[in-house]
Design a protein around this ligand. Structure first.
Ligand code: ZN
Length: 386
């Protein structure tokens, strides 16, 4: 195990581009030596946060590699900014106000050193790396979690073999079964919870597939982060446990082709307009309303697709609240909303049972706050005018 005291953050000499073959780039190490007693949080247990004087050089070093960073809440995996979900955007946040719309963490992620220094001045924020804009695909090998009774999760039949207990074992087995060596010679981070992040350069070029996040697609306890996702980067601290790079000098290797193929989403069925069953029916004058509802439905479905691994259930819930409000306002039927959200939730890997519960709960919440579409025959404004 590497001595975690001397943190060496690499700064590539190459321009801020990921098109460079990392094996040909000699990183210039930037030594940041920290005091063992007072700064590096224990990797086990005690509450601690990583000091700001470690975080800023690390964030700058990532930016120099072309990796887009953004601040995470202190000691937490969640983005620090924006501090609100898209459906709760009031426009008071300065970035949202200037843009005239909600600005996501992915859009805020940056490689600009001045913005990075400014962002980390007020607090020892953790570092998030937005994998999509960074051109990265990160394979997240997790540890099994104990269930409510404290029993450790068992592997599914496919991986129920001696020696397979966690995501790293599953990944090794997956690679062996595919007849390929496990691609472990790449930038690697040990996570606070005993997991492993393997960083890869995502395929580029006009024909390259746009890889998105997956959950369990490569196997039990294996998630991937790409477009729409982010990773907690070293040396952030989450719940008192530090994320540490195994070899901070290592570059990210290109994602092996067979893994890129395995992670390439199946082509979507031809885009058909979402069938909107307008509860109020009618023709002609309802075209604007139909367009509004289609956009609300498509936006909700896209929010579910775009949510990173740990936030999918919340995204489904948020979408169900929003559309549930429109159902309560009489603009959409509950069946239309349920079917669209269920399909989206299952597509991103949620279990049907969980998705059904989440959607029902979100729609119940939304029903308490009906939202009326302008021009809707059901809207109270029109009711008064009639
Ligand atoms: Zn906002």
């Amino acid at each position: 195990m590497r001595d975690p005291v001397a943190l060496v953050f690499p700064v590539d000499l190459a321009p801020q581009s990921l098109d460079t073959d990392p094996s040909t780039v000699r990183p210039t190490p930037l030594e940041v030596t920290v005091n063992r007693a007072s700064t590096l949080p224990s990797t086990r247990g005690t509450a601690g946060t990583t000091r700001r004087d470690q975080l800023v050089p690390a964030a700058l070093a990532y930016a120099a590699r072309g990796w887009h960073v953004f601040p995470l809440r202190v000691g937490d995996k969640r983005p620090a900014f924006p501090d609100h979900a898209a459906d709760r955007c009031t426009g008071r946040d300065p970035r949202c106000r200037r843009a005239g719309r909600h600005v996501t963490w992915e859009e805020r992620a940056t490689t600009d050193p001045a913005r990075i220094r400014a962002a980390w001045t007020s607090a020892p924020y953790g570092i998030g790396i937005a994998t999509g804009p960074s051109g990265l695909l990160v394979i997240d090998l997790d540890q099994p979690k104990p269930d409510r009774g404290g029993a450790i999760e068992r592997p599914p039949t496919e991986f129920d073999e001696p020696g397979i207990t966690d995501g790293a074992d599953v990944f090794a087995a997956r690679c062996a079964r595919a007849g390929h060596p496990a691609p472990l010679d790449t930038y690697t981070v040990s996570t606070g919870s005993g997991g492993t992040h393997l960083y890869f350069i995502a395929p580029t070029g006009p024909k390259a597939p746009e890889l998105r996040c997956t959950a369990g697609h490569l196997g039990w306890l294996i998630d991937t982060r790409a477009h729409g996702g982010y990773v907690v980067a070293a040396p952030s601290t989450v719940a008192g446990r530090a994320y540490l790079a195994d070899d901070p000098d290592a570059g990210a290797a290109p994602l092996p082709g067979w893994l890129a193929d395995a992670l390439t989403p199946a082509p979507l069925p031809a885009q058909v307009p979402a069938p909107i069953n307008l509860r109020t029916g009618g023709a002609g004058g309802n075209e604007r309303m139909r367009a509004y509802l289609e956009s609300a439905m498509n936006g909700a479905v896209q929010a579910v697709h775009a949510a990173p691994g740990g936030q999918r259930n919340r995204a489904v819930y948020g979408a169900a609240v929003q559309l549930g409000q429109l159902v309560a306002g009489g603009a959409l039927t509950a069946e239309t909303v349920r079917a669209a959200l269920l399909s989206a939730a299952i597509t991103v890997g949620q279990s049907e049972a969980e998705a059904v519960r989440t959607i029902a709960s979100g729609m119940r919440n939304g029903a308490g706050r009906p939202r009326y579409v302008p021009d809707s025959p059901a809207s109270p404004a029109r009711g008064r005018a009639a």
